[in-house]
Ligand binder design. Structure first.
Ligand SMILES: C[C@@](CO)(OP(=O)(O)O)[C@H](O)COP(=O)(O)OP(=O)(O)OC[C@H]1O[C@@H](n2ccc(N)nc2=O)[C@H](O)[C@@H]1O
Ligand SMILES: Nc1ncnc2c1ncn2[C@@H]1O[C@H](COP(=O)(O)OP(=O)(O)O)[C@@H](O)[C@H]1O
Length: 298
């Protein structure tokens, strides 16, 4: 029998940005070694997970996005994986998508992490942290980070995490153009770096000293070359954000989301307003750094 404390749990699944992303050699398993500095931000999808004994199987409802509600969804994939190890009763899941899809913000990965964490909490499965991290890595390279959240150095294929200090207080404007990019295609097109440089380590050290400027000086994304080549308008967007006074502008992950960093809330707010007028087809979010990954909604 299931000992269910609450019948429902509401879980936040936050987006991430990459403060640094380098792609190193291609491995025999087809993945690439990476060196990344990842930062969770305040933009969240929201999952409601309920035990529903009237159902025969899992049922997923997606609000606010055109993505599959079947086994192709990372939420259902995560449940199928949990079912291999644990007895899972019929569940109804509703996901309210705020994070744009195929945007380089790990929306799907964070939903997967929120599903694994949320079900473990709801059903009191007592899963050890290492087992949670293992299950997460089986779903995708970014899922272990989404589970842990905050700020991390990520190595291996992205699953080897070392905790770092959170990015100092700042305002991060995410600008998502009206098209998506396939992560797999970007990895295929990128020319791996021979030897990692020291910028990621400099970022980690700057984070520990709370120096936003030193972090910004060392930010980098190897994938920009490839994706800006496919979509030259991303370079114009970058220049526009710099004209508007962003301290720095980078692409997040495999893109196409571009983010600008601001020290003042009012500056970021005004830039958001101006950009929305100039490019109404873009999605724009004003976010802040968040110091944790998936967790209970308050
Ligand atoms: C690029 C990054 C940067 O944070 O994020 P996104 O831009 O997707 O958010 C990640 O590395 C994306 O991680 P994730 O989205 O979990 O990727 P996976 O599902 O594991 O893999 C998707 C595809 O990318 C390739 N891939 C992924 C990770 C990696 N280290 N090397 C790879 O070559 C895989 O071969 C696969 O074809
Ligand atoms: N729960 C989910 N949320 C978003 N995308 C999902 C989800 N499940 C499966 N996908 C699929 O995963 C792909 C990448 O989605 P996403 O995680 O949003 O992008 P990215 O890896 O660029 O951050 C999309 O093609 C989408 O259809």
């Amino acid at each position: 029998m299931f000992r269910v404390r609450d019948k429902t749990i509401k879980v936040e699944a936050p987006a991430k940005i990459n403060l640094y992303l380098d792609v190193l050699e291609k491995r025999f398993d087809g993945y690439h070694e990476v060196k990344m500095v990842m930062q969770t931000v305040s933009l969240c999808d929201r999952l409601t997970i309920s035990v529903d004994k009237s159902l025969e199987d899992v049922q997923l409802e997606v609000i606010n996005a055109d993505i599959p509600e079947n086994d192709d969804n990372l939420i259902i994939k995560s449940i199928r994986l949990l079912q291999e190890y644990y007895q899972i009763p019929p569940l109804k899941i509703v996901v309210d998508k705020e994070i744009p899809v195929a945007a380089g913000l790990a929306g799907g990965s964070s939903d997967a992490a929120a599903t694994i964490w949320g079900i473990a909490e709801l059903l009191e499965l007592q899963i050890k942290q290492e087992q949670l991290a293992y299950l997460a890595s089986e779903i995708g390279s970014d899922v272990p980070f989404c589970l842990l959240g905050g700020t991390s150095l990520a190595e291996g294929r992205g699953e080897k995490l070392t905790n770092a200090s959170t990015l100092p207080q700042c305002y991060i404007l995410l600008v998502k153009p009206p098209f998506g990019v396939s992560t797999g295609q970007v990895y295929k097109a990128v020319n791996p770096t021979d030897e990692a440089d020291s910028r990621a380590d400099k970022i980690i050290s700057a984070l520990s000293k709370g120096s936003l400027y030193k972090v910004i000086e060392n930010m980098y994304n190897k994938m920009e070359n490839v994706v800006f080549g496919w979509h030259p308008e991303l370079l114009d967007l970058t220049k526009r954000l710099l004209d508007f006074g962003a301290l720095t502008v980078r692409m997040s992950g495999s893109g196409p989301t571009i983010f600008g960093v601001f020290e003042s809330y009012l500056d970021a707010y005004n830039v958001k307003k101006s950009l929305l007028k100039e490019m109404p087809e873009h999605e724009i979010f004003l976010t802040t750094p968040r110091d944790k990954g998936v967790g209970k909604e308050h």
